[in-house]
Write a protein that binds this ligand. Structure first.
Ligand code: TEU
Length: 570
């Protein structure tokens, strides 16, 4: 994790393989499809492709349930296809990173099948098995009262014990406390792919590998339920730094300056984050701070209840992780979309026809001026928006969203909470993970040009209007805008990628203004987050600056137009 590492200035593009490009008409995106689009990504200005899981999997959680780390899901292609993708990237001076999903495997992984086969199987201890408890009436209870992300604890009929799963029952948690398990993970999931020439990993659920293995009950915070939120039982656990340091030393660093970006949950304290990403820590290159995705979400079990939010929330989140790098040896990330969130235009801008393009460009201006490694999610570069509000729940596919929906239906039907079903459905329309998983919109042919077959998930109704092909020939399009500002980000890298961040006029609920500075150079970024005209409160600052870029064609005026964004520079 050196100071001048290549990955600091890289623009990384996340490909969600199921939904990107289908080359053979089976309705699923695939690796040959990704290879075909490498020239497109290159022309956009992308340096690194991050491929979400393409491993073999029963696909209960879209490949975040891996049944074989050393094979590729047949619908996506073969290991050889991934090797060809590495080559295609390297030929153009680009790099490829994969998703490392090693907190859990699928229950179809051979390790788990062995582990569950008997109590004395040599791999029994590779997962967390515990006997049941019983209440006064003799009813069987799980070993502890935790609520997982998608489910509770899971009973195994065969060996009459429970196994731990923080996510779905089909995603049993691996036991990292077992040295043999860790070695198997390093060999199978890490070295196998680094040996094929990939350039690093996005590391799924990076701070959940070390559990409090006595599994004590947590205090009851939700008296209505037996299961309780218990993130403190697995986030930043007792041995986590030992594990990550070992993984770095023995599996990652032997391959040189590869990049690792961890997905870090529930770690609000910057000092604690530095323990993961400080150069001296020798654990990870950087992490995703997920707070931006949480804007407008409920907490824990109320995740999918939408809460109207204020711009000051966004400002404090951005400010926190932008300022994080000042005076430390840590690095940060900049992103506002991924496969676990709704589309940024729909959440933070306005996706109505009048404003969706201008707000996509305004958000692009915010992103390209952020310190840290920049991540773009597929479709963000053309301003893709959430699924239409009138789509019924049957169009949704995500295990998590559907889990919340079914729970809400039960609560409403039983009378426990009559408004729950409506509240969750309203929330899913904005926040569901499905919105980002709709097929990539390439052109105006059937199914957005994503597939010639029947897509696994319905294409957006608006693809005839919002698609790559329309935008490629249009110098005013969202896509052309992104190309331009990604280039400017590199040209003024000292300011945008490395500059010191400062918010101006923090309390203003309509506009987000900040500066990026380095030595005597300064950029002033002005973003109107509303669909109304707003006063240009920073007018006095720009007399000795010039307008570098803005998202309106006609030159800048005294007032800020709806969703107007401008960057001035001295
Ligand atoms: O997500 C981990 C995670 O805990 C969340 O931040 C996630 O957004 C989820 O919705 C929790 O409520 C990662 C992957 O990004 C996600 O797609 C997987 O489902 C999950 O791990 C399990 O592997």
């Amino acid at each position: 994790t050196g100071t001048n590492s290549w990955w600091k200035e890289a623009t990384i593009y996340q490909v969600y393989p199921a939904s990107f490009c289908d080359s053979n008409g089976d309705g699923w995106g695939d690796i040959p499809g990704v290879i075909a689009k490498i020239p497109y990504l290159h022309s956009l200005g992308i340096d690194v492709v991050w491929l979400s899981p393409m491993y073999d999997s029963p696909m209960h959680d879209m490949g975040y349930d891996v049944s074989d780390y050393e094979n590729v899901l047949p619908a996506y292609g073969t290991v050889h296809d991934v090797e060809k993708l590495v080559e295609a990237c390297h030929e153009r001076g680009m790099k490829l990173i994969l998703d490392l999903v090693v907190n859990h495997t699928s229950d179809q992984h051979k390790w788990f099948k062995e582990s569950r086969s008997s109590k004395d199987n040599p791999k029994r201890d590779w997962y967390f098995w515990r006997p049941p408890r019983y209440d006064e009436k003799g009813n069987r209870l799980p070993p502890s009262n935790y609520r997982g992300y998608f489910a509770g604890r899971t009973w195994d009929e065969h060996t009459q014990e429970y196994y731990l799963n923080l996510y779905a029952p089909s995603q049993p948690d691996l036991n990292w406390d077992n040295k043999e398990t860790r070695e198997a993970i390093y060999n199978s999931a890490i070295r196998f792919w680094l040996d094929k020439g990939i350039d690093g990993f996005r590391v799924d659920t990076v701070n959940k590998y070390s559990k409090h293995t006595a599994f004590p009950d947590v205090p009851i915070t939700d008296p209505k339920s037996y299961i309780q939120p218990a993130i403190e039982m697995w986030c930043n656990g007792p041995r986590i730094h030992e594990f990550l340091r070992e993984m770095y030393d023995s599996a990652l660093s032997p391959y040189g300056d590869i990049v690792t970006v961890g997905e870090l949950a529930n770690t609000p304290d910057p000092a604690q984050v530095l323990e993961y990403v400080g150069a001296k820590a020798k654990e990870l290159s950087m992490v995703f701070h997920l707070d931006i995705g949480h804007i407008g979400m409920g907490a824990l079990a109320d995740k999918y209840i939408f809460h109207p939010w204020q711009l000051t929330q966004m400002k404090s989140v951005v400010n926190k992780w932008q300022s994080f790098v000042e005076g430390t040896d840590g690095w940060t990330t900049a992103f506002c979309e991924n496969h676990d969130n709704g589309r940024s235009v729909s959440r933070f801008g306005d996706d109505s026809p009048a404003f969706r393009e201008v707000s996509a460009k305004m958000l692009a201006l915010m992103m390209i001026s952020m310190t840290g490694t920049l991540f773009i999610y597929q479709g963000q570069e053309i301003g893709m928006i959430n699924a239409p509000k009138d789509w019924p729940i049957d169009e949704y596919r995500d295990i998590e969203g559907l889990g919340y929906y079914r729970e809400a239906v039960k609560q409403t039907e039983s009378g426990a909470d009559r408004t729950r079903k409506k509240k969750i459905m309203d929330g899913l329309r904005i926040l569901a993970r499905d919105h980002s998983r709709l097929p990539m919109q390439w052109d105006n042919s059937a199914h957005a040009g994503f597939t010639t077959g029947k897509p696994w998930m319905r294409a957006h109704d608006l693809y005839p209007e919002i698609n790559v092909k329309n935008q490629e020939g249009d110098s005013q399009s969202v896509l052309s805008f992104w190309k331009n500002v990604l280039r400017l980000r590199k040209e003024y890298r000292e300011l945008f990628i490395h500059g010191a961040f400062e918010v101006l006029d923090f309390e203003n609920l309509q506009t987000f203004c900040f500066t990026k500075s380095r030595d005597y150079k300064q950029a002033l970024v002005i973003l109107n987050f509303t669909s109304e005209i707003q006063p240009f409160t920073q007018a006095d600052k720009v007399s000795d600056m010039r307008l570098l870029v803005g998202n309106y064609e006609k030159s800048a005026g005294e007032m800020l137009r709806p969703f107007e964004g401008r960057i001035y520079i001295n």
